[in-house]
Design a protein around this ligand. Structure first.
Ligand SMILES: Cc1ncc(COP(=O)(O)O)c(C=O)c1O
Length: 417
């Protein structure tokens, strides 16, 4: 550990079994965290202990295991709620952030929606959204006849707010945007966007998939109406995500799916629905994954989200500085750590991103290549795809230097240097 880093990274690394392995005979350098993170022993053990000792279905039994499982599941909800500054009942467990956003988009279009949408109404998003926060709104617009509008991007990869007042206007019913872009790394100005939405009476939904794992987030302080994130990018297993919403809004939304556990009274002629969160958790929920997510929140809190953020800023600065020194390599997105996450997309002149990713893999370095489920961003900047390196709490300066050396080797190998 060096003095610029805010916690003992080597001690953290020891908690992640996979970091000890080799890939193609080289020590693994895992820089694909924006896609999915690895899991520490503490999270794996929490899930295993729950499944081995307390597992049963929840909310359904009087026997001891069912009660223990219910207690663990609801305690997990409380932990996750505390992690984002929320109340227990306002946290809905979903499969992932994609399901959380679809839940809202679906519910808003259902009969009884507190925000009925139709021709003449508008939904606003941004051009930097992950497909998960784009396609559901296209589908909602199609279902209801509403119009989808979006904020564009500047050359530097920031939101272009010059026409914010036209895009978010009196016809706007919902503004949905990402807190941090998964492809550009850009961190958006949530208070400014929320303030404009409030002026016109529009709801706000924030995609926190790339913020919650990496920095302190307090949904109450952000002033948003709805917020969603996903467990597998924050040390938890895949299969669990979260939708948070203001309590009165959640309870005014019609259900997304019908089934067991989400009802109050069921008759053959019709049913009434439970309050949130059960209202949106039809069927057997993601029980052990939620327990593991709570353990991941505890792990991140123990290291400290401020410290994690500072660590990532230092690594991102090192990577951006290093890339700037490399001729023929350019970054897509902000070139400084100001209002920026740790995902760095880059393009190597003369080498297709897939070849970049393949050649780096030969060196044991895992980066993501492709359009990163944000195809309109690639189109906006005229590239077919990018390579993306994204660091997390267990990455080191050595990882970043290894990547920079690796890019030079890729250039030489492909005759692009
Ligand atoms: C900003 C953002 N939103 C949404 C998603 C979708 O996450 P999931 O596949 O867990 O639903 C991702 C994942 O890459 C993301 O980075």
């Amino acid at each position: 550990m060096t003095s610029t880093l805010a916690f003992d990274v080597e001690a953290v690394r020891k908690d992640f079994p996979v970091l000890a392995r080799e890939v193609h005979g080289k020590p693994l350098v895992y820089l694909d965290n924006a896609s999915s993170s690895h899991k520490p022993r503490q999270v794996l053990e929490a899930e295993r202990e729950f499944v081995e000792q307390h597992y049963s279905n929840v909310h359904r039994g009087v026997h001891t295991l069912s009660q223990e499982a219910t207690d663990a599941y609801e305690a997990a909800r409380s932990t996750v709620a505390r992690f984002i500054g929320a109340q227990h009942d306002d946290v809905v467990f979903t499969k992932n952030v994609t399901e959380a956003i679809n839940l809202v988009a679906y519910a808003l279009g259902n009969p009884g929606s507190p925000v009925p949408l139709g021709p003449g109404d508008e939904i606003a998003i941004t051009e930097m959204e992950h497909h998960s926060n784009l396609v559901p709104w296209q589908m909602l617009a199609e279902r209801t006849g509403a119009t989808l509008r979006w904020l564009g991007l500047t050359g530097e990869g920031r939101l272009d707010l010059t026409n914010l007042d036209q895009i978010v206007n009196e016809r706007t019913k919902l503004l949905a945007f990402t807190q941090v872009s998964n492809i550009l790394g850009t961190e958006n100005d949530v208070p400014a966007l929320v303030a404009r939405a409030k002026q016109v009476g529009a709801l706000t939904l924030v995609d926190g998939a790339q913020s919650v794992p990496h920095q302190p987030v307090d949904v109450a302080a952000l002033g948003v109406d709805l917020f969603a994130f996903t467990g597998h990018k924050m040390l938890a297993p895949s299969g669990v995500g979260v939708l948070w919403g203001r309590g009165e809004l959640l309870n005014a939304l019609p259900p997304f799916m019908g089934g067991g556990s989400m009802i109050e009274v069921v008759q053959m002629t019709g049913s009434t629905y439970a309050k949130a969160p059960e209202r949106f958790e039809a069927g057997t929920p993601v029980i052990s994954q939620a327990v593991a997510l709570a353990a991941a929140c505890d792990y991140l809190s123990a290291v400290g989200l401020d410290a994690i953020k500072a660590h990532e800023v230092a690594l991102t600065a090192r990577l951006l500085d290093g890339i700037r020194e490399l001729p023929g390599v350019s970054v897509l997105g902000p070139d400084s750590t100001e209002a920026r996450g740790s995902a760095v997309s880059f393009v190597v002149d003369g080498v297709h991103p897939h070849d970049v990713g393949q050649s780096l893999d030969d060196l044991g370095i895992a980066v993501r290549v492709g359009h990163h489920c944000a195809a309109p961003v690639c189109r906006r900047y005229g590239v077919p795809a990018t390579a993306r390196a994204s660091s997390y709490l267990y990455n080191t300066e050595t990882d970043i230097d290894g990547l920079l050396d690796g890019i030079v080797q890729v250039q030489r190998f492909w005759g692009a240097a």
